[in-house]
Design a protein around this ligand. Structure first.
Ligand SMILES: O=P(O)(O)OC[C@H]1O[C@H](O[C@H]2O[C@H](CO)[C@@H](O)[C@H](O)[C@H]2O)[C@H](O)[C@@H](O)[C@@H]1O
Length: 374
């Protein structure tokens, strides 16, 4: 475990952290810029690339009004505001179900490792974040999948909470956007050594996160429908049940608290603002860390598959592209700029379609091997 921790710390500290403001500005400006442009067909699976200078200029054009930018960007990324052409997009991000044979061909002779986001991927998006339950059928499918491949859940949620939804002890869990990673309690058939995995690169931020949580709860209580969720190493401020006319007000409340905490940064998700430490760690780094702890650090015979629906999943999709291994699948009914290679329309497509098919393909040789042994 010690070696994983050291390696993880090295990975977390490797690059100087960009000042929180710069990161925020770039994130926001990218979204605003994309929303302002006419429909763009993304390059094969890639982001529309914008220079940093251009992004900052876009921010100036918006009068430096970062609050409205967050709100605009939240509207723009909401499925009710699609900005890309559906038919061109699907050509570049074909359905993972339809491309199943090609995907399986590409993974031949390699160890598939599955990474699954939770909200919007394994569970449907619902109004109350505490009631985003996963169906029994989905749980059964994920359980089956984990008997075939090493499987990890990678979520923005606090690890305990996501575990309570999924309830499968045999999985790896990366909560708080990958800042809280834990391996299965029981020995895993996939792990080459017996050391348990536990990695928390942002533990020094716990007192600050607790403090900001209390301040945010107090500050936002006047906004009807606002909800602050404590995700251990990060926080979520939910906009979903707030009247859209009040979104700017809520964003302003969040900003007024956050401006006193330059070591925390803000990202925008699905009708949510997510607050997290400015360490250089995200779902992509978590994916890399998990591959390493499973013994696949410099392997060419590993085939990671990451399925997710949100902006934060893009870090993992991009990591796979950069490594040139496996691929990402974006769960979305609507076209979005993405580094994922394939798409699925709904969470249930992921479960009953794609996972089920992968499970069946892998189960055949497993069964045959067992028969030989008996
Ligand atoms: O990384 P994820 O597992 O996708 O977590 C991202 C956020 O998911 C949750 O919020 C989203 O789902 C809620 C329930 O369906 C929905 O009400 C909300 O509007 C969505 O943003 C979770 O509550 C957040 O804490 C996570 O950051």
């Amino acid at each position: 475990m010690v070696s994983f921790i050291k390696e993880g710390q090295r990975m977390a500290n490797q690059n100087a952290v960009m000042p929180a403001e710069t990161i925020n500005m770039i994130t926001v400006a990218a979204a605003v810029s994309a929303a302002q442009k006419p429909p763009v067909v993304p390059l094969m699976g890639g982001y529309v690339s914008l220079s940093k200078k251009k992004l900052l200029k876009n921010l100036e054009i918006n009068g430096g009004n970062r609050l409205n930018s967050w709100v605009d960007s939240m509207r723009a990324s909401s499925p009710t505001h699609p900005s890309l052409d559906q038919s061109s997009w699907i050509l570049h991000h074909p359905s993972a179900l339809e491309m199943f044979e090609q995907i399986i061909d590409a993974s031949k002779g390699k160890q598939i490792v599955m990474f699954l986001d939770y909200d919007g991927t394994l569970s449907p998006i619902v109004e109350d974040p505490d009631r985003a339950f996963m169906s029994k059928k989905m749980r059964k499918t994920v359980r089956k999948l984990a008997t075939c491949f090493p499987t990890a859940i990678v979520s923005g949620r606090c690890r305990d909470k996501v575990y309570n939804f999924v309830k499968l002890a045999e999985l790896y869990y990366a909560g708080s956007h990958g800042m809280d990673i834990k391996g299965p309690e029981k020995a895993s058939k996939y792990k080459k050594d017996s050391e348990a995995v536990l990695f928390q690169p942002a533990s020094e931020f716990l007192p600050m996160i607790d403090e900001v949580y209390k301040l945010l709860v107090e500050k936002t209580k006047s906004t009807e429908g606002a909800k602050v969720e404590h995700n251990k190493f990060c926080l979520s401020v939910h906009f979903r049940c707030v009247d859209e006319k009040k979104w700017s007000e809520l964003a302003q409340q969040v900003r007024s608290v956050l401006k006193e905490y330059p070591k925390l940064r803000l990202n925008q998700g699905r009708k949510v603002l997510e607050i997290r430490p400015t360490i250089k760690w995200d779902k992509g780094k978590a994916l890399e860390f998990l591959l390493e702890s499973l013994g696949f650090a410099n392997c060419t015979d590993v085939f990671p598959v990451y399925i997710g629906d949100d902006r934060t999943d893009e870090d993992a999709f991009k990591m796979l592209r950069d490594r040139g291994q496996g691929f990402g699948i974006l769960v979305s009914k609507f076209p979005k700029d993405t580094s994922a290679s394939y798409s699925l329309q709904e969470p249930h497509e992921a479960s009953y379609g794609f996972f089920g098919t992968v499970g069946r393909v892998e189960a055949t040789p497993v069964r045959a091997t067992l028969k030989k042994l008996m």
